[in-house]
Design a protein around this ligand. Structure first.
Ligand SMILES: [Zn+2]
Ligand SMILES: [Zn+2]
Length: 209
């Protein structure tokens, strides 16, 4: 498999183009995920209207709320609970944050980490190409935190919850999770990922519930 289809923004305020985009070689620790669902939010619409002032240049694959099945893994990875991630697992994943800078480790604000990377606004004609979720496959960089999607949660619901779960998951990783995490996880699985996001954030000092 050398390439796959993706919905590409080639011009602002114009219809998206379905293009074939290369599938990159996997760096150690990275994954290739077959997208099961991708939801869109206002940010995607804003980026379609025009750049958001952070240097975005076209073409881009839109979409930053993905859920999908692990197609390939370069090496061994675990989810945020320490369980091995395998081919075929249905997952969501965080943005990239360094985990050790002031914003990650002290302020617990990985969303403003200088090393932060997110999706839906990266050039699709430059490696690793597949960094938007409106595509058949997406590249997951090595630093991303992975959450396995519980069986009772639909892929669409999981994708829609990623904006809520990505930042708390990154925050949780930059702090020590208390022992109650592992005891509570099975109960959380029944109620869905938004609850995981809220509990991750609450346990790591993000906010009170
Ligand atoms: Zn969003
Ligand atoms: Zn950082």
């Amino acid at each position: 498999m050398k390439d796959c289809r993706a919905a590409v923004v080639t011009a602002h305020n114009k219809p998206l183009e379905i293009q074939r985009v290369p599938i990159p070689a996997l760096d150690p620790g990275s994954l290739l995920v077959k997208i099961a669902a991708s939801t869109l939010c206002g940010t995607d619409v804003h980026r379609w209207h025009g750049p958001l002032g952070d240097g975005d240049t076209l073409p881009i694959i839109t979409g930053h709320e993905p859920c999908g099945y692990v197609e390939d893994i370069a090496g061994e990875r675990t989810d945020i609970l320490g369980n091995p991630v395998k081919r075929g697992d249905r997952i969501v994943w965080s943005y990239v944050a360094c985990g050790s800078c002031y914003y990650c480790a002290v302020a617990l604000q990985p969303c403003i980490c200088p090393g932060r990377a997110s999706w839906g606004h990266n050039r699709s004609d430059q490696p690793p190409y597949l960094l938007g979720s409106c595509a058949e496959y997406m590249y997951v960089p090595p630093p991303c935190l992975i959450i396995k999607v519980p069986e009772g949660v639909s892929s669409a619901s999981a994708a829609a919850s990623t904006t809520a779960s990505a930042k708390p998951a990154a925050t949780a990783a930059s702090t020590a999770l208390p022992p109650s995490w592992k005891m509570s996880a099975p109960a959380v699985a029944e109620s869905g990922l938004p609850v995981i996001a809220i509990q991750c954030s609450a346990w790591s000092g993000g906010f009170s519930v």
